[in-house]
Design a protein around this ligand. Structure first.
Ligand SMILES: O=C(O)[C@H](O)[C@@H](O)[C@H](O)[C@H](O)COP(=O)(O)O
Length: 238
């Protein structure tokens, strides 16, 4: 497996020659971590991101025959739209990950009808308390602006979203650059995960990542790297 290993205290770089090779490798890692969690505590808790990057990874993971009936899948973040919307991360996960062997998993969405995003976040926060925290696996994406989850640089209350000591599970997000209002897991819950992967593809994302880890104004992805108690595993392909 042709991969480029670059390490630092905050992250471990796993570079792949192609996106399909990355998808197979990341899916294997995630499946292995979930299987270990199931062996150790009887269940596995996985949070995945949406967007345009994860589809190949989701398809590869969905086909791996682990004990999916003991896996709970939720979202790192969600747009404030119903699952029927083409913008829905729940819809993306349903169509690409909760298929094949993985169709046996339990899915916990973030979106539900609510008066506004604050109400939706508050009821999510209550509902998700009962999940078997901490996350065993979280798979993050990243935008060219260095956002991850829904930690957009122009978000209202960004400091609250990035507070590593927050006791919140789900927070509301208002950010002009995000498009619609968002629901996001807090940074505190994300960095508490047993395995933190960052899945990025393309030269623009590599440039954005290199910029985010270089000295200079701190971008949201850097807040995650800084707060994570163990190196974040970065998976990248051109
Ligand atoms: O809801 C979302 O959009 C994601 O959770 C978000 O954090 C995503 O990972 C990045 O925006 C990258 O998105 P792309 O994969 O589309 O580049």
């Amino acid at each position: 497996m042709a991969r480029e290993q670059l390490n630092s205290a905050a992250y471990s770089w796993n570079g792949f020659a192609g996106r399909q090779e990355l998808a197979a490798a990341l899916a294997g890692q995630v499946a292995g971590r979930l299987t270990k969690a199931i062996a150790e505590r009887g269940e596995g808790l996985l949070a995945v991101s949406g967007g345009t990057t994860p589809a190949k990874f989701f398809a590869a993971l969905s086909a791996i025959p682990i004990a999916w009936d003991k896996v709970i899948v939720t979202l790192v973040d969600e747009r404030f739209v119903p699952a029927s919307s083409p913008r829905s991360n729940a819809g993306l996960v349903a169509a690409n990950l909760l298929q094949n062997a993985a169709s046996a998993a339990r899915f916990v969405p973030l979106y539900h009808e609510a008066v506004d995003i604050q109400d939706a976040a508050a009821s999510d926060n209550a509902a998700l308390q009962s999940l078997p925290w901490p996350l065993d696996v979280v798979v993050l994406g990243m935008g060219p602006d260095g956002h991850t989850a829904s930690f957009f640089p122009d978000a209202d209350d960004l400091a609250k979203l990035l507070d590593p000591s927050s006791d919140r599970i789900v927070l509301p997000v208002h950010a002009v650059s995000a498009g619609e209002p968002r629901l996001t897991l807090s940074l505190a819950r994300i960095v508490d995960a047993g395995f933190i992967a960052l899945h990025i593809e393309g030269e623009d994302k590599r440039t954005a990542f290199d910029s985010a880890v270089a000295p200079g104004p701190r971008k949201p992805i850097r807040a995650v790297l800084d707060a994570a108690p163990k190196p974040v595993e970065v998976f990248w392909a051109p």
